[in-house]
Design a protein around this ligand. Structure first.
Ligand SMILES: *Cc1c(COP(=O)(O)O)cnc(C)c1O
Length: 353
């Protein structure tokens, strides 16, 4: 039976991408597997270059001084790398969730980070607004989508200093003026591909301004100068990411997928709001179109609801332990039909209760 995969990450990928990826494992180039050819061979160098240029093209950042890298270590390594490469005196962070908090913790190794705003005391159910970004700081760091809490920044400040954004869970899902950002990073495993690589998009002119020595593997400049091949890249993860970016381009790019994502989000949130058995977790104006978080009003229905969910072939809607309840992650590759299946179960529960 086909599963409706609402997993928060790693998560659903397009079926056509999965088929091409599987085929490349068996035969990528003249009888050789993608996994057994040199990363320096022309076929793989072409994959890396194609993936890098597709990322910039889809974000509308070609020819604007940006470079795209596919690195390892996950978004979590970027928490540290951002600070190593950009932090000289002080940086300002917006604390909107567990991941933002972790980014702050890593940067604090180098400096007393200033929290420009925080929704921690409300267990992150909203996005702080109306904050000021000090002009003499090195950079401002924010998290566009808070995967665990289901909140999303709907607008971004006009930052007087370089703006760094963790877009791990909503990159390529909605149209933004990406040129407002000086550094964007995203672990692949939510909207782009399998775990194992992290996309980093950097405006080159913000680099080279800190006085510390940066180890090569941690140094963006080093990775840029080596064409994202300083060492052996995670070839499979980069290849599958490239396929997903091609899939998105063929669909009509971010504009087309945003329309789909909005349809999915409207459908689930209207059920959450209209069905008296459920309650949304995050404040309405900050609701994420990627991760919808909600709880059951009556805990006695938990068992019934969860067995109906299972029966319908729905996977991965348990909420994160720090929020409880449920979380429906609706990344780019999740179909509207899957959301319809979940909404059907929710309304069926109402008719039974
Ligand atoms: C999943 C996630 C991360 C962590 O990514 P890793 O690649 O596992 O390090 C960081 N930030 C956000 C917003 C996430 O959703």
């Amino acid at each position: 039976m086909k599963k409706h995969n609402f997993s928060a990450g790693p998560c659903v990928l397009p079926k056509s991408v999965m088929e091409q990826a599987a085929a490349a494992v068996l035969n990528f180039d003249d009888g050789l597997s993608l996994l057994e050819i040199s990363h320096r061979s022309k076929p793989f160098v072409d994959v890396m270059e194609n993936a890098r240029s597709l990322a910039l093209e889809l974000l509308g950042l070609e020819g604007k001084g940006y470079k795209a890298l596919f690195l390892q270590g996950g978004a979590s390594t970027q928490f540290l790398m951002v600070a190593l490469n950009l932090l000289e005196k002080r940086a300002g962070y917006l604390n909107t969730g567990t991941w933002a908090d972790k980014a702050i913790k890593e940067a604090k190794i180098y400096d007393d980070i200033y929290e420009i705003g925080s929704s921690k005391s409300a267990n992150y159910n909203y996005i702080p607004k109306g904050y000021d970004i000090p002009e003499d700081y090195d950079y401002f760091h924010c998290t566009s989508n808070n995967t665990i809490f289901g909140t999303q920044m709907k607008s971004f400040p006009n930052s007087p200093i370089p703006m760094v954004c963790d877009m791990s869970s909503d990159i390529f899902s909605r149209q933004l003026d990406f040129s407002k950002f000086d550094l964007i990073y995203a672990g692949a495993q939510k909207n782009m591909g399998p775990a194992g690589t992290t996309l980093v998009v950097i405006k080159e002119d913000i680099l080279g301004k800190v006085s510390r020595k940066i180890p090569s593997m941690m140094n963006y400049k080093e990775h840029i100068s080596k064409g994202s091949m300083f060492n052996t890249p995670p070839v499979f993860a980069v290849y599958v990411s490239m396929l997903t970016l091609e899939w998105l381009k063929n669909l009509g790019g971010i504009k087309a997928i945003e329309e789909e994502n909005e349809k999915k989000a409207r459908l689930i949130y209207s059920e959450i709001d209209l069905n008296p058995l459920f309650k949304g977790y995050s404040v309405k104006e900050d609701r994420s179109i990627m991760n919808a978080t909600f709880t059951l009003e009556n805990e006695n229905l938990k068992e019934t609801f969860e067995s109906m969910v299972k029966e319908a072939g729905i996977n991965g809607i348990n909420g994160h332990r720090s929020v409880g309840g449920y979380r429906a992650s609706m990344y780019n590759a999740l179909s509207l039909d899957s959301v319809k299946a979940l909404v059907e179960v929710m309304s069926e529960l109402e008719s039974k209760a």
